[in-house]
Design a protein around this ligand. Structure first.
Ligand code: CTP
Ligand code: MG
Length: 190
């Protein structure tokens, strides 16, 4: 395998995870409404906290799915749609929806764990903060579309795509959050 091949696999991993990356940033823009947990607490701590809202959840999923649809649309003129990795319509549309939903479910699971650990909304939780959404997208798509996930991220050289995503994600997460913080969209730079 040559370098060109490796670069393509790295870019493919990033491309295929875009519908899972966008929801997290989009949720910041759509947030501010009613909390998903309706302000309910459990054992002295909020179930999820004020950082997880219905508008953030729905807006984030819609944004990630819309981006996925654009990606599928971009790939349409190419005969072999599998080159772009989401496969053929309509399953491709279901895959990007599952990636977007999985991403924000992972984010909710992360918040649930943080509250159980007694961490307030926005508190730093290394590893959890950077990987919750990608873990959610990976697990849900593996569950709903195992053939697709294994073919795109696990089988043979495609494992390089998964490793690339795992290495790029913390850097990307940090970078985007610093931008969000500087623009006054996020309260903390993480
Ligand atoms: N957000 C939202 N709804 C979601 C996810 C995120 O409204 N389902 C918005 C909130 O305004 C949140 C911001 O996006 O504050 C940043 O998201 P994140 O860093 O995940 O939340 P935190 O505020 O850090 O809260 P937590 O400690 O629960 O992760
Ligand atoms: Mg946070």
């Amino acid at each position: 395998m040559d370098l060109m091949n490796v670069i393509v696999l790295i870019l493919a991993g990033f491309w295929l995870m875009l519908p899972a990356y966008l929801p997290n940033s989009a949720a910041v823009l759509f947030g501010g409404g009613t909390p998903i947990d309706f302000e309910k607490s459990w054992k002295g701590h909020r179930l999820l906290g004020d950082g997880k809202t219905w508008t953030g959840l729905i807006g984030g999923i819609a944004a990630g799915t819309a981006l996925g649809f654009v990606q599928i649309f971009i790939a349409l003129p190419f005969d072999d749609q599998n080159f772009w990795g989401f496969g053929v319509v309509p399953r491709a549309m279901e895959i990007v929806l599952v990636l977007a939903i999985g991403s924000l479910l992972g984010d909710l699971a992360g918040a649930f764990i943080k509250r159980r650990l007694g961490l307030e909304r926005g508190a730093k939780a290394p590893v959890l903060d950077q990987y919750n959404f990608i873990a959610g997208a990976v697990l849900l798509s593996l569950l709903v579309f195992p053939d697709w996930f294994i073919g795109a991220f696990i089988e043979g050289e495609h494992l390089i795509s998964l490793l690339a995503v795992l290495m790029i994600t913390p850097l990307l997460h940090r970078g985007v959050n610093i931008i969000g913080y500087k623009k006054g969209l996020k309260k903390v730079p993480w």
